[in-house]
Design a protein around this ligand. Sequence first.
Ligand code: ATP
Ligand code: MG
Length: 424
Amino acid sequence: MFKTLRREFMVVNTLLIFILLCAALTGAYIVTWFRIEQVSTQVMTRYTAMPAGLIGHQPENPRLFVSTIDPSTYKYVQDIVDSNIFKYFNTHYANDCFSTSQTDRILSKIINESEDMSTVRVDDNYYRYFKHQMDPNTIQIVVLENTGDVRNLRSMRDLLLSIAAGSLILILFVSKFITDRSVKPIEEMHKRQMDFFADISHELKTPLTIAITNLAVVESHKDQTVASQEKWLGFLKEQLHRLSSLVNEMIYLESLALHDSSREREKIDFSTMLTRYIKSMAALIEERKLAFNVDIEAGVYFYAETEAMTRVISVLVENAIKYTPEGGTVDIVLRQSAKKIVFSVKNSGEGIESVHIPRLFDRLYRVQKCRSTHQGGKGLGLAIAKSVVERYSGTISVRSELGRHTTFTVTLPKDNGKNNSGVN
Ligand code: ATP
Ligand code: MG
């Protein structure tokens, strides 16, 4: 699927850039050609109206001559083939660079041309001419040598063609680069979605299978009392609880993405909320013999939804309790400055390997799947925390030193409207 997408993207990209480049080069060529024609037309027009006596005495001295002939002789010379027609014309030269025979060959060619103004090629040289009837008795032909212009235009055309051909290779490389950069995030997103689908299938299937198996065991002992089957019913209940909590968390996560509840925000005393939460975990902290160092600045307020902020606190503190080995240390800091609130939770332990860091905040991602499941982990906590924090234009990051400690840091902006209204 991505191969085709890549190929199509590259072809369209290349064609588009190439067409644009060709259009620009053609435009440049046409403008130059038009300007050259304009200049030569201007020169010829000036000589058209010039009295014959002045033609050879102009300062700019172009390679030009003006010939005149009466209409009936003109008709006659048109019918002469391979003859010397020069003598029938009255010719005045702007300079002396034309020989008589050359003039003869040029005029022979021009009189048989149907167009009044064009360019003819004679003896490898190019001449622009303008022939017209000046008055009832005179036909005038003005001839200007423009070999240089034609050659310049031709070399310009060849140069532009080679630029276009050369650019095609360059465009292909550029296009490949752009394609890679554009398709990669889509590919990654697709891969993540596939992983998520596999994970969610697994997460749903496992408890359901266990529940069905336990139910089957209970059913196979229909004659026994509920009390005697407590063990199987207990397993069943545990799995149903896990399923229910998984579904609820998923729904909560989706609701965060779907609802913009900016009007439901209220002023939260972050300091008190955090202190209370840590106190509520005292029994667990003691049971796991953890050293909790708490440094909470008083009077840190934030405008948010209470449930959402409670989630952020509970996810990070619970993780710290869950993933710190017995007897370990947890440092919790809450600080504020004029512009931001920083909440960090650092815990000792084995740390998190760097390969896991980029995916840690993905839904259902767990570092050690078996152990985390055993510890009741669903891999949704950090995804929820990230969604909440980003909902308030904040950031959440993690730093970990293997074998030493892990720190999660939440940074929230204080200056997003309501947050600084009279609150310090
Ligand atoms: P739950 O959804 O129930 O919170 P969970 O704890 O497994 O499940 P997350 O909170 O999202 O899910 O954490 C994801 C993973 O990150 C965990 O499985 C764990 O491996 C790792 N992790 C999270 N916090 C820490 C921590 N403080 N120290 C070490 N590893 C951690
Ligand atoms: Mg967790």
